[in-house]
Design a protein around this ligand. Structure first.
Ligand code: ZN
Length: 100
């Protein structure tokens, strides 16, 4: 998995940016999704694995918002981890050119 520059969710196109010192008040953040600005921010200090897991987590938030699923944060965490592990355990399945 390569962290892309942008990702499209229905009619929204989120720019993916890596930033230093991402925080919410006193708390450091791994990442953040901005629905209005159509941006997904990733903390550039994190490991590549953490950034990818965070990106998937924020994408789940984006899907939740766009499709009105109404997930709770805990559900987003679990689904994000599940999708991340699904991708890790099937490394070639989601690569370009592997479409059946
Ligand atoms: Zn979240």
């Amino acid at each position: 998995m390569v962290i892309p520059e942008r990702i499209k969710i229905l009619f929204k196109e989120y720019q993916i940016e890596q930033r230093e010192g991402l925080h919410d008040g006193a708390d450091d953040l791994y990442g953040q999704i901005c629905y209005f600005d159509e941006k997904i921010l990733l903390n550039s200090s994190c490991s590549e694995d953490q950034k990818k897991a965070t990106l998937i987590h924020e994408i789940v938030h984006g899907l939740d918002e766009m499709y009105g699923i109404d997930l709770k944060e805990k559900q987003v965490e679990k689904l994000g981890n599940a999708f991340y592990m699904l991708h890790k355990e099937n490394p070639n399945t989601f690569e370009r050119g592997d479409v059946v």
